[in-house]
Design a protein around this ligand. Sequence first.
Ligand code: ADP
Ligand code: MG
Length: 699
Amino acid sequence: MAGAETGKGRGGKIYLDMPVTYLKGVGPARADALRRLGVITARDLLFHVPRRYEDASTISPIASLETGMDGTIIGRVISKGIIPTRKGLRIFQAVLRDDSGMIEASWPGQPFLDRLIDKGDVMLLTGSVRFYHGRQLQPREYIQLGKDDEGVKGGRVLAVYSATEGLSFKVIRGIIDSHLESLLGLVREYLPQEMLRAAGVPALPEALRMVHRPGSIDEGARGRSRLAFEELLFVQILHRRAHDLAREKRKGVAFENRRELTSALKQAMPFKLTNAQTGAVREIFHDMCSDRRMHRLLQGDVGSGKTIVALFAALLAMENGYQAAFMAPTELLAEQHARTFTSLLDPLGIAPVLVTGSLKSKQRRAAAKLLGTTDPVLAVGTHALIEDAAVFGRLGFITIDEQHRFGVEQRAAISAKGEAPDILLMSATPIPRSLALTKYGDLDVSTLDERPAGRLPVTTVHRPGSARERVLQFVERETAKGRQAYIVYPIIEESEKLDLKAATIMFEQLSAGPFSGRRVALLHGRIPAEERDATMRAFRAGEIDILVSTTVIEVGIDVANATVMLIEHPERFGLSQLHQLRGRVGRGAEASWCILLGDVGEEAFERLRIFVETDDGFEIARADLDLRGMGNLFGEEQSGAATFRVADPIRDEELNVRARAAAETLLAADPELSSKANVGIRKVLSARYSRAMELFRVG
Ligand code: ADP
Ligand code: MG
């Protein structure tokens, strides 16, 4: 796992690649347990860094604990036992003592602890104190420190390691303690001195010592920063290299900014570009007018106006005699874009060609014929654009809207449709810069951080379940005025367990009851696609007043007359998802509302408050990341791209920026990492990342 040099230990006994089984004090059973923690070799053990630290300042004297308080204590077990209750629950209880006093600790339903915790053990406990025949601690976490160890007495910092079943913290710490010195002796620094100096992190052996046995919590953090830097650095090196390779020189295509079609659009369109849009268009044109391929991501909040920016880029390609393609994840979105483009481009005498799976065969043949020519057409469509049958005569530019909805292969497939076409990806989940550097490090990124002026903000509120009737009356009044509403539910079928109001059941209740006078329709993922599209078309045409739906309406849809977004069970949604949903209203001239309805727990309430209080997608994404991690924001496929053991791209933002700079400097001087000075880096890279092979021809 680690970047340390391999070598025989002093005395020839211990070496970094040695399986932990052979380490003194380990053996097969413990080695099995260690494997569950990802520790297979001695090197892994050395890089098994503490989860956190405790020091004297975070430990409370037992006497000072008061009812209602949360606290961490260290004490010795002076008695213990299992107490049965009348209801058949078995409770493990122990009394702990330190210099200041005693307290009872209680673990309901965990009688097995009686086998694991002995009288005389010194333990660290964290939990809340309640009153039950006296003060009682209910531990959330416990760590066995051993028999004689008083833990952090005397200001020592206690490194807390992840433990696993069959392998207590005490044992892990014991194993690391007994081998730390000899293992540290085997580790060599392999990153250049100047790089470490510039990044402000310590050298590897020193960092590892700091991490395992810090003199202070700060020192632990400093050691950790070296390990985090290393992880970020490698990801940045890979991104940087992929970035450079993807922008290889193209065979002759450097578009020229002729200002023909693009100027005509500027004249004809009904609004002025925002400054952010102008800036993004400039960045994109700069890329397209160079002889290198463009690989750019355009990110911006819902409604920030990404579509028109992409249209300008398409026109640049077209005025140079090339074809442009615009790919969207659903037929509905593709149709919507086609409609928008038709009206915007009509004054220019350009008509987009729609390419979707549901075209009649005659239309399909006509479209295919047009694409097959070398005429500068604008094709708007779904993944039908990447099917084998779709052949482009002269494709020079591609936009992929809502890019996260496409897989890696689909993105690759469309870029193979032309001869090195320029590519613009669009994402509606804007993320903070630091994360963008990590996640999209091999792309150039343009950001729309401004929304078109003059739009009314969407009023967002959270109402308790008791307000349900009034909220529904409000929706009724809005629709009576001719407005339209969305009502969104998290899942589609009633589940007794979760007791959620499923869209299907609620659709029946709502359309029979409160909205019996309205045209109500149901939309969810198990309805066949054609039927779903027909419903959406009817909603857009104003033939439906209220759309009861799951999140299938989440993406991109633009119905200006919809003014209410009512979301039930809001706690079931991520903040970014809620933000996407909110983006479906407030698209016209009328005032709009986003209403979260339902009673939620305290934690969810706080989380939803962030959403109610801010309309800034970047801020919401950041909060979402803090609360739920990357996987939840991007889905599994997307989050798998960069996983870190130590680093956290959000919290280590500053370090990440330094890692990126370091990667740039490194590759500028030695693009293939072939110099002798960089052998160590190459070694680690190829050992850790399978991608390194294709990027650096290492193996
Ligand atoms: P998104 O970034 O969410 O994809 P769209 O491109 O769909 O946003 O734009 C949202 C709406 O804003 C569209 O109706 C579009 O016509 C409008 N729009 C885009 N740019 C501007 C602008 N500069 N001024 C006014 N309206 C704009
Ligand atoms: Mg969009």
